[in-house]
Write a protein that binds this ligand. Structure first.
Ligand code: KIV
Length: 265
């Protein structure tokens, strides 16, 4: 999907909750699309849950693009949004945001409908430059892993809450079509959701957001890593996989696999 029809899902007046989920490769995109989500996110959480890195800041455009291309091949008609990685976010030496805009263009060429940009010192400039290039942008405020110092609930104090409200408003004013709210108190998410004309998509932000997003590997129980409290584990897929591999291992060792039905004569 490469036109703007996907924006219908993000109509603030639409009472239906928006469902977003991450995917990082072709098979996961096929399954996530088949299950009927509204939008797929190729998050830079790819760094943690797929590549085994410590931080999302350790991933660059080449890895993000490689996985995004695979996701777009599997997503069918489901719109795909990709994270602009920290590696190409603007710096003092790139005030024109050239690398960020080039990155956004590469994601669109891969088949994405939009990119997601996290709030940071230069986040607004990045959004403006990417919008100027005609590319749709989803914003991300609250806990922003690319620049976070403390990975804890954000906006518990009045000043930090007010700052997050301002960031969300500024991202909307810069032309973002939706705002991800990560790890903020439910009351604050409710206030921001009421204040914006574009939908909010929460992760660890309570039930009053216009939609929800989770990291696929966390909600499937596909990783052994400790997941944040806001993650609901809908399955224990790692258990299923380990059981299957143990059965295979035993059957090979006992000479039970392959049997006649898996053998050419
Ligand atoms: O990278 C990611 O998976 C994200 C979600 C947590 C929203 O940004």
């Amino acid at each position: 999907m490469s036109d703007n029809n996907f924006l219908a899902v993000f109509n603030k007046n639409n009472p239906r909750k928006i469902v977003m989920l991450t995917a990082y490769d072709y098979p996961s995109a096929v399954l996530v699309a088949r299950a009927g989500v509204d939008v797929i996110l190729v998050g830079d959480s790819l760094a943690n849950v797929v590549l085994g890195l410590d931080a999302t800041t350790q991933i660059g455009m080449p890895e993000m693009l490689h996985h995004t291309q695979a996701v777009c091949r599997g997503a069918g008609q489901v719109p795909v949004v990709a994270d602009i990685p920290a590696a190409v976010m603007p710096t003092e030496t790139d005030p024109a945001c050239t690398r960020c805009v080039d990155g956004a263009k590469a994601f669109i060429a891969a088949g994405c409908v939009a990119v997601k940009i996290e709030w940071s010192t230069h986040g607004l400039s990045a959004v403006r430059a990417v919008r100027q290039a005609g590319i749709e942008v989803m914003a991300h405020v609250g806990l922003t892993p690319q620049t976070a110092v403390d990975f804890k609930v954000q906006g518990r104090e009045a000043a930090s809450a007010a700052a997050i409200v301002e960031q969300a408003r500024a991202m909307e004013a810069a032309g973002c079509f939706a705002v991800v709210l990560e790890c903020v108190p439910e009351g604050l998410a409710r206030e921001i959701t009421g204040a914006l004309n574009v939908p909010t998509i929460g992760i660890g932000a309570g039930k009053f957001c216009d939609g929800q997003v989770l990291v696929l590997h966390d909600m499937l129980g596909l990783n052994d890593r400790k997941v944040p409290r806001f993650v609901k584990k809908y399955a224990d897929v790692s258990g299923v996989i380990v059981n299957a591999i143990q059965s295979y291992t035993q059957e090979v060792r006992q000479g039970l696999f392959p049997d006649d039905s898996h053998t050419f004569h």
